[in-house]
Design a protein around this ligand. Structure first.
Ligand code: SF4
Length: 786
């Protein structure tokens, strides 16, 4: 079987930590085709492995030795497709007691991909701390007694020092997972985290400190030439300008969203009670102005969104990983903290101890909220130990830093916070509706009130409130659309009629996590996503077949969750995050998604009474029985009616934009202009020049007279660079016509004003409140002012 498989190693390693035994089984090609890899393949392996008896044991105790933790890659991992440096981890979450999963970037994924195995299925419990070493494809058990108690960075260093194997990559846990903090994570490549669902704690319960892997196998059968050609084609097409987001991610990392999100009411503050706060203190641009920040990226990624911020702590310089947006937002506004260095330090400590910054930030904010609202004070007092009640206040960075250590060591009140908000409410006898979670997983830093589609996605996502399992906010803001699968942009606050799109986006993200790739950067057409998976796996996926695989994967995860006791009653948001805001972008908004949930259930073919997928659906998908073959693919052309509907939705927001001649690689060096346009309230001095319809920007690192330019004519944009003799017209901000044209939108700007390093020369001061593309500006009601 293995000899005939392409795009895979063709082997699954079943590792029993109790017996210290490894059994290698071939990967069934049919399973590979149906479940792709990553979390999809892991769901199938876990589903086949667990008996009804095992589910009973796990309901009582998710740390039971039968709980498998599965590491996996997919056929696209590590291929020339951009942003394919990712691996997945899956299991029954000790935080939520149902399906749990997550992915992480970096370089460990490449070693796992080339370990000789498509998945490692780890069961049992080691008596003593150990780690797994995979060397030349051989799986060995190593003593980790001396590593137990060490932080995640130190653990990785120590294993590298001990083994002295070139190119060794390590995924490991820290003290938080050893102490069974329910949201403990897994760290690899220093500070890259598989953050959510507490899967690190499963490793802790198994006394498995780390997995260290040397690259060994070669993956055969991938059509690299076709992948490269597809990549080139997509780079050359309009995709690049319609995907300004990756450029912003390169400049600012995920934290580019801090102020943008706030303007949309999407960044929760003060434990989901407010949505307005001084975002400019925490934007990545401001962080970069005050602290040194370096950039890096995962294997083969062209975006490189990872940031490393240098801070000084205890008179020592520390290079922290991140902080990323979710970390900044959860320790920052959510806890009322607006101190950049303390936020970065909190994120860094969480990485060292090894726990999820979202779940911990929400849990800490919950404690502060309860104390400030004088709820359950007597119960909280009993847990306090050496923390004083008066210390518990919004914005107390010292308290947050102190609590992070206490959580990791389960010391005093940290022991309660380490349980997550659902159990905190239970322990202190608090109204459960005040605990900000869905199915036990803390709500991330996208406020459900900002996007109704995001709220519906949280309610129904495969592992609880996780924005990455259906990032509908991206569809609304950044315009990720797939009309042939009902994923269309529209009213932020009304998802009626688009519930099927939410479902399909969840399925699509399930494909990303199975392929396994990063969803920050991908082709915007499902047909092209299908081609990548086809060229990498050797199986022929039409768009519909791929989406059906996504649906199969999503439903299988749901089946596992239902076996763990999840019902329709769990598909809800807590009342706390539905309260009507009195200020901010979502002020006055009342969210009622009952009818939307009904429509979603109808599209999913789930039973409204039980919350389970119907037998007919499971048969159709082949989860039970043989499944139904897809004879013909759906027509992917958008129908006339859909076109009319799209036109109606888009007409207001998205002027047409055509792009020619932009090479992706050429964009990166010339981005300063975007910085000016992307940030709110920027004071700047600039000069640019115009010849005819051609806007010219001086390029400081190129020979004189070489320019990069954008051309705007009859609604068409083209971008390029070259030698320009004698530009005929000079324009500066004293001549406001260009900005006026932007303001009036009589140039067709969607995501434009894209390129060109501006030669900085003080001509005059202009105060610009802008945003980087017209769609977004319209959506959040901003306009250019100067
Ligand atoms: S976009 Fe960021 S997270 Fe995604 S692969 Fe690139 S560097 Fe990694």
């Amino acid at each position: 079987m293995t000899e005939t498989m392409t795009g895979y190693n063709g082997k699954i390693a079943y590792i029993d930590l109790t017996k210290k035994e490894v059994v290698v089984k071939p990967l069934d090609p049919e399973i590979a085709e149906d479940y792709i890899g990553g979390t999809g393949l892991s769901a199938k392996l876990i589903y086949d492995l667990l008996s009804e008896d095992d589910y009973k044991k796990l309901k009582k105790d998710p740390y039971d030795s039968v709980n498998p933790i599965v590491y996996a890659t997919g056929p696209v991992t590590g291929t020339p497709r951009p942003a394919s440096g990712r691996y997945s981890v899956s299991g029954i979450s000790p935080l939520t007691n149902h399906w749990g999963e997550g992915t992480s970037g970096g370089f460990f994924c490449i070693n796992l991909r080339k370990s000789g195995y498509d998945a490692l299925v780890i069961t049992g419990k080691s008596e003593k701390p150990c780690y797994i070493l995979i060397e030349n494809g051989e799986i060995k058990f190593k003593d980790a007694a001396k590593l137990w108690g060490k932080g995640t960075y130190e653990t990785q260093e120590a294993i590298k020092d001990q083994m002295k194997i070139n190119g060794l990559r390590i995924a490991c846990i820290g003290p938080a997972a050893e102490n069974l903090v329910r949201y403990a994570c897994i760290m690899n490549d220093e500070g890259r985290a598989q953050g959510r669902c507490g899967l690190g704690a499963i490793m802790g319960s198994k006394k498995l400190k780390a997995i260290a892997i040397q690259k060994h196998s070669k993956i055969t059968g991938q059509n690299k030439k076709a992948i490269l050609e597809l990549r080139k084609k997509i780079d050359e097409e309009k995709e690049q300008l319609s995907q300004l987001l990756p450029i912003m991610q390169y400049l600012y990392g995920t934290n580019l969203y801090m102020d943008m999100g706030m303007f949309a009411g999407d960044v929760p503050a003060y434990y989901f009670t407010e949505s307005e706060f001084p975002a400019e203190i925490l934007t990545e641009k401001t962080i970069k102005e005050h602290l040194p920040v370096f950039t890096s990226g995962c294997a083969g990624c062209t975006i490189k969104c990872a940031k490393h911020t240098v801070i000084v702590h205890n008179s020592k310089e520390i290079v922290t990983d991140g902080p990323e947006f979710e970390t900044v937002a959860s320790y920052g506004p959510l806890c009322g903290l607006f101190d950049r260095e303390q936020v970065a330090l909190a994120g860094h400590l969480a990485n060292i101890y090894g726990f999820d910054t979202i779940s911990s930030g929400v849990s800490i904010a919950f404690l502060i909220y309860l104390v400030k609202e004088k709820i359950a004070i007597d119960a909280i007092k009993k847990s306090l130990k050496d923390i004083k009640l008066e210390e518990i206040d919004w914005g107390n960075g010292d308290l947050i830093i102190k609590l992070i250590k206490k959580i990791a060591l389960r010391d005093g009140i940290g022991d309660v916070i380490a349980e997550g908000v659902k159990r905190m409410a239970e322990k202190w006898g608090v109204d459960p509706e005040l605990a900000a979670h869905v199915k036990g997983l803390e709500i991330p830093m996208h406020d459900p009130r900002a996007y109704a589609g995001q709220a519906l996605s949280y309610m129904t996502a495969c592992c609880g409130a996780n924005h990455e399992k259906g990032d509908w906010f991206q569809t609304e803001i950044f315009g990720f659309e797939a009309p042939e699968f009902d994923i269309i942009n529209g009213d932020n606050h009304d998802i009626t009629g688009r519930e099927k799109g939410v479902m399909h986006l969840q399925d699509l993200r399930g494909i990303d996590d199975s392929a396994v790739v990063c969803n920050f950067h991908q082709p915007s057409k499902v047909s092209e996503i299908a081609k990548y998976v086809t060229y990498a796996s050797g199986y022929d996926y039409t768009p519909r077949k791929l989406m059906q695989a996504g649906e199969r994967i999503f439903n299988l995860k749901r089946v596992i969750s239902c076996k763990m006791g999840i019902t329709r009653e769990d598909d809800k948001l807590p009342k706390h995050v539905l309260k009507v805001m009195s200020s901010g972008k979502t002020a006055g908004l009342k969210l009622d998604l009952e009818d939307n949930l009904k429509a979603y259930y109808k599209h999913r073919e789930w039973d409204w009474k039980t919350g389970q997928p119907t037998e007919a659906k499971l048969k159709e998908l082949g989860i039970i029985g043989e499944g139904e073959d897809i004879v013909t693919d759906v027509k992917l052309e958008v129908t006339k009616e859909e076109k009319a509907e799209l036109k109606k939705l888009k007409g207001k927001f998205v002027p047409k934009l055509k792009v020619k001649a932009l090479q992706w690689e050429e964009v990166f060096p010339y981005l300063d202009f975007i910085i000016l346009m992307a940030n709110n309230e920027v004071d700047f001095f600039t000069e640019f020049e115009v010849a005819d319809e051609r806007i010219l920007f001086a390029v400081s690192d190129l020979p004189e007279k070489e320019w990069s330019w954008i051309r705007i004519k009859h609604g068409e944009f083209s971008v390029g660079r070259g030698m320009i003799e004698n530009p005929t017209l000079r324009l500066d901000f004293k001549d406001k016509s260009f900005l006026m044209r932007l303001l009036n939108q009589d140039v067709n700007i969607r995501r434009a004003v894209l390129t060109g390093r501006i030669k900085v020369k003080p001509l005059g001061k202009a105060r610009v409140i802008a945003n980087f593309f017209g769609l977004y500006m319209n959506k959040i009601g901003l306009k250019l002012e100067f």
